[in-house]
Write a protein that binds this ligand. Structure first.
Ligand code: RIB
Ligand code: NA
Length: 309
């Protein structure tokens, strides 16, 4: 079988507390609500693409535990192929402790667990699917070596790649840039990677130029309510793609919703200008922030205007 979008990445069980504000070090505060959800940047991005109507497969590792079993069922419920989802008894399914304040902002601690045990052996088994994909997507919640190898495999086979360097690291291996068709990060990740502050659209233009110089074919820096900035290697200047203003309830996973939608567009409308893809991805992500939760808030095809498809 051939898949449109293949994601090599993470699965996490999200343990979410809603609180009036984020706690300080050493402090205990009362929250108003707790819930468990399906998360992990890789799986989130894959599920958003699937909900928009492309054929997807996830390449990942979960624990041989209750959370892992549940996660596999979640992929099936969302029409994501699970032929390359492995279970290990050597580590627990990844978990994320998430605090969301009343402004919809969050703070997250992840324990990647089984995600870190996805390696070259599994990538080799999944190579036929990687080779035939239209788009391959990677992040940094699995071993960065595995992430880079997956991007390289896709690149060698002329499969379009999206790399989301999240969570960001300061000393990202430069080979990541050369295998990224679209290098897509948020403002704080751009800041960490370039060492320049990114507080507004102007700063984002500069950071995008710096990231592009490192060898990727295009850069997108997402700016929350301000939309994003797009810069392609063949262009001289970057374009600001604004987003429409909405009331944010929970921004957790909004970046993943954006990337899932971008992957959908790259697979479904390969000839579309990247700026237009980004405009559509903004629209999808803007819907996701208006509802509580991560995957629970990701829209389906039926929730979006028909012109998008
Ligand atoms: O990007 C949001 C995701 O980051 C959450 O679902 C959580 O699992 C963390 O990985
Ligand atoms: Na949300």
């Amino acid at each position: 079988a051939a898949f449109d979008v293949v994601v090599v990445g993470s699965c996490m069980t999200d343990l979410v507390s809603q609180t009036p504000r984020l706690p300080k070090a050493g402090e205990t505060i009362h929250g108003h609500k707790f819930f468990i959800g399906f998360g992990g940047k890789g799986a989130n991005q894959c599920i958003q693409a699937a909900r928009l109507g492309v054929k997807t497969a996830m390449i990942c590792k979960v624990g041989k535990d209750f959370f892992g079993d549940n996660y596999i069922q979640n992929f099936k419920d969302n029409d994501v192929n699970t032929d390359f989802v492995w279970q290990t008894s050597d580590a627990a399914t990844g978990a994320a402790s998430i605090t969301v304040n009343d402004a919809g902002e969050n703070a997250i601690v992840i324990v990647a667990g089984a995600n870190m045990l996805l390696g070259e052996e599994e990538l080799q088994k999944a190579l036929p699917a990687i080779r035939k994909a239209k788009v391959l997507v990677c992040q940094l919640e699995i071993s960065s070596r595995t992430s880079c190898q997956a991007l390289q495999m896709a690149h060698d086979n002329k499969v379009k790649t999206i790399f989301n360097p999240a969570p960001a690291v300061q000393d990202l291996d430069h080979s990541f840039y050369r295998v990224s068709d679209v290098f897509c990060c948020n403002e704080s990740e751009a800041e960490l990677l370039t060492g320049c502050t990114v507080n507004n659209v102007e700063d984002a233009h500069h950071a995008a130029e710096e990231l592009l110089r490192r060898g990727c074919a295009a850069v997108i820096i997402t700016l929350g309510p301000q939309g994003c900035v797009v810069l392609k290697a063949q262009d001289k200047t970057s374009t600001h793609v604004p987003s429409t203003a909405v009331k944010a309830v929970d921004t957790t996973g909004a970046g993943d919703s954006f990337i899932g939608a971008l992957a959908f567009c790259m697979a479904h409308h390969p000839a579309m200008p990247l700026e237009e893809m980004a405009r559509r991805a903004n629209q999808v992500a803007a819907l996701s922030v208006q509802t509580v939760g991560t995957q629970t808030s990701f829209p389906f095809k039926r929730d979006l205007p028909a012109e998008m498809f």
